[in-house]
Write a protein that binds this ligand. Structure first.
Ligand SMILES: [Fe+2]
Ligand SMILES: [Fe+2]
Length: 269
């Protein structure tokens, strides 16, 4: 468990500010100066898009936090979810900072993305709907995020990219733990209901990851942006080796999900 993050603050201009990272970022001037303008612009676009995504995840965590309160979840988990809102705002600030450094000028604010949180209108109760949001955002999405960031970190060679990815990764692992810890506290009846949703939740979440526009080659790998094939491999490995065993250990029925994977549906999705 990492130490609590410095809290981001709402600034007078309505945007979130405060500490960008826990540790000072390397300045990265040499590594950025060695890049051509097209590569710099591409990396700036990628980081600004990341900033937009982080802001959307911050909104999701506000809903998760309210959901955990409504579910009367463990107070430690409720606190972690509240902290996650701040973490995601800090991530957005960090990503915007990186975008600016690659661009060589201030960029932003990032575009406001439409909310993509599934409504789960057929959930049998508000409690199940809240539980689905916790499992979908934390256990699924943040675990996939950790896998994606790890893949980027492993290929990253430049100190600025490595420092930024490490900062994000440390928090995303904590955010995933909220989901796994919550699952450990659920009743057998709720676990039975959640089991029925496991496959559609996973398919829906993976669809979002598939929308990531990544390079086919390793042109940006040293700057922490993995090639598409590496990212897909990392997500698939995480699905098989972390998510399925994790859900099974939590007492969920993973057979439909395993059949879907065994039928090669992941590769066709
Ligand atoms: Fe994040
Ligand atoms: Fe996160």
């Amino acid at each position: 468990m990492t130490s609590p993050s410095p809290r981001a603050r709402l600034r007078s201009d309505g945007r979130w500010g405060g500490a960008v990272t826990r540790r000072a970022l390397p300045d990265g001037a040499d590594e950025i100066g060695a890049l051509g303008p097209a590569t710099r612009a591409r990396l700036a676009r990628i980081w600004l898009s990341q900033a937009a995504t982080e802001l959307r995840v911050a909104s999701s965590f506000a809903v998760i936090h309210r959901g955990l309160v409504a579910l009367d979840a463990d107070a430690g988990l409720v606190r972690l979810a509240a902290r996650a809102v701040d973490d995601e705002h800090r991530h957005a600030t960090l990503a915007e900072e990186l975008a600016g450094r690659y661009a060589g000028r201030a960029v932003g604010p990032p575009p406001v993305l439409p909310d993509q949180r599934p409504g789960h209108p057929t959930a049998s109760s508000p409690a199940l709907r809240s539980a689905l949001w916790v499992v979908g955002q934390c256990a699924l999405n943040e675990t996939f995020a950790s896998a994606y960031l790890s893949a980027g970190y492993q290929g990253a060679r430049h100190p600025l990219a490595r420092a930024a990815l490490r900062e994000l990764l440390e928090d995303e692992i904590d955010h995933a733990r909220i989901g796994w810890a919550y699952l450990g506290t659920t009743s057998p009846a709720l676990r039975r209901e959640l089991s029925d949703w496991l496959l559609p939740l996973t398919v829906c979440n993976l669809r979002e990851w598939r929308r990531l526009e990544l390079p086919e080659d390793d042109a940006l790998a040293a700057h922490g942006v993995p090639p598409l094939a590496i990212a897909r491999e990392a997500l698939e490995e995480t699905l098989r080796e972390v998510l399925v065993p994790g859900f099974r250990r939590a007492g969920l029925d993973t057979r439909a999900l395993e059949r879907w994977i065994a039928a090669g549906a992941y590769d066709r999705s």
